[in-house]
Design a binder for this molecule. Structure first.
Ligand code: PMP
Length: 430
């Protein structure tokens, strides 16, 4: 039996994780936790996938590093680009590799700027994103992020980063999905009109907004966004850093939502987080324009020493092999109802205002007033109590997020839900 304990959340000491196995991790005090968040929604194959460990060790021994620069590269990133092209949900020209989600998004913005420059549209510099979006914390990705603490104290966002309202059905103020989508699309069109389409390079959006609170836009929303963008020659970048590689029950949420972005950014699940690697999938259309126009503009002066790091790329290749051979997206589709039904129970208890999500990406929002607490307090309290009960969840304000490793079994999902239910029961509702 698991012994409840008190975590050091209340003091400033970090909670130190020292070991992992399957969907579980252990801390420095020897306590074990079932990880309902896959750490930062990324350890998708859990913490002990021997094939990934073996792939890293073999590549370390064969060629620990060679940079991709100029006309020289290692073989592994090329093979990974081929693997990705094979499963890409868009007509895929090229893949650009980086090391983090933010770098992938910065790179996608620069590819968008460069693409327009290649077409002679040098005035197209602005980037549109959502309020509450999360795209990373570098200067550019941080500017596209729509979460205030990422801007505060840094002079962000940069002026060329524009925002449209978050497609959060909880803010629809009584409108049905279609009316709410009409409103959101009208706001996007107004912004484009006010700024001038010829000043806008790209729109970036998460198919399901993650760090902003696990927000599933109304059905058909992104399809309509895409129609507007296409009319104005604005590129559409799908940020699949969280949703890519099975989390929604498909290899890519892009496919599930019937989208055809010009670029897709990927990180986290690409290597199941075992090593840092990210990617921008760039569609044929963009690659062709660049190939035809780059002589006039000059070389694409962008890249990182570790772009396509061979060891990270080897782990990513093996991750893709495991995802495909074990048909992990299907596993997620099969077991998503366990989470949906388990969390759906919270509609019937006191102090809950919303239950939402898709695949293995879900959230429950609690009402602090019902618990006699201030805003933000019930989320933090439940996350701490959950840890006390042996399950790690993430609080975003008063929402609790669930994004378990994609390998979780039915029994492990039930255990996560039971442990969280015990945490909920431990906090008195008024
Ligand atoms: N995009 C999305 C949708 C993310 O969730 C994140 C990270 N949470 C990022 C980009 C940034 O990734 P990284 O932290 O690797 O820079």
């Amino acid at each position: 039996m698991f012994e409840p304990h008190t975590l050091p959340h209340v003091v400033s000491e970090p909670h130190v994780i020292v070991r992992g196995e399957g969907v579980r991790v252990w801390d420095s005090e020897g306590r074990s936790y079932i990880d309902a968040m896959s750490s930062m929604l990324c350890a998708n194959l859990g913490y002990s996938e021997s094939r990934l460990i073996e792939a890293a060790a073999q590549q370390m021994a064969r060629l620990p590093f060679y940079a991709s620069f100029g006309h020289r590269t290692a073989d592994v990133p090329l093979a990974l680009a081929d693997d990705l092209a094979e499963i890409a949900p868009i007509p895929m020209g090229r893949t650009f590799f980086a090391n983090s989600g933010a770098e992938a998004n910065d790179s996608a913005f620069k590819i968008a700027w460069y693409y327009h420059a290649c077409l002679g549209r040098t005035g197209r510099t602005k980037i549109i994103s959502h309020e509450n979006a999360y795209h990373g914390t570098t200067v550019a990705a941080g500017s596209a992020t729509g979460i205030e603490p990422i801007h505060r104290g840094f002079g962000l966002p940069l002026p060329s980063f524009l925002k449209v309202p978050c497609p959060d059905p909880r803010t629809s103020e009584g409108l049905d999905d279609e009316q709410f989508t009409d409103y959101l699309i009208a706001r996007l069109e107004l912004l484009i009109e006010a700024e001038g389409a010829d000043t806008i390079a790209a729109f970036i959006g998460e198919p399901i907004l993650g760090a902003g609170g696990i927000i599933v836009p109304p059905p058909g929303y992104y399809g309509r966004v895409q129609d507007v963008l296409a009319r104005h020659d604005i590129l559409f970048i799908a940020d699949e850093v969280i949703t890519g590689f099975g989390r929604t029950g498909s290899m890519f949420a892009t496919t599930e939502f019937g989208l055809s972005p010009d670029m897709i950014t990927l990180a986290k699940g690409l290597s199941s987080a075992y090593l840092p690697i990210s990617a921008v999938m760039v569609s044929d259309r963009v690659v062709e324009a660049i190939a035809n126009g780059s002589n006039a503009v000059g070389a694409f002066g962008h890249g990182f020493t570790y772009s396509g790091h061979p060891v990270a790329a080897a782990v990513a290749r093996e991750t893709l092999a495991v995802l495909t051979e074990r048909n992990i997206p299907q596993h997620v589709r099969d077991l998503a109802p366990v989470l949906a039904e388990g969390l759906g129970e919270y509609w019937n208890v006191k102090g809950v205002t919303d239950v939402r999500g898709h695949g293995f990406l879900r959230a429950v929002t609690f009402d602090p007033v019902a618990f006699g607490m201030e805003e933000g307090e019930i989320g933090a309290t439940l996350a701490a109590r959950a840890a006390d009960n042996g399950v790690l969840v993430r609080a975003v304000g008063d929402s609790i997020g669930f994004a378990p490793p994609l390998i979780s079994t039915r029994a492990e999902l039930s255990e996560m839900l039971d442990r969280f239910a015990a945490a909920y029961r431990s906090v008195p509702v008024r």
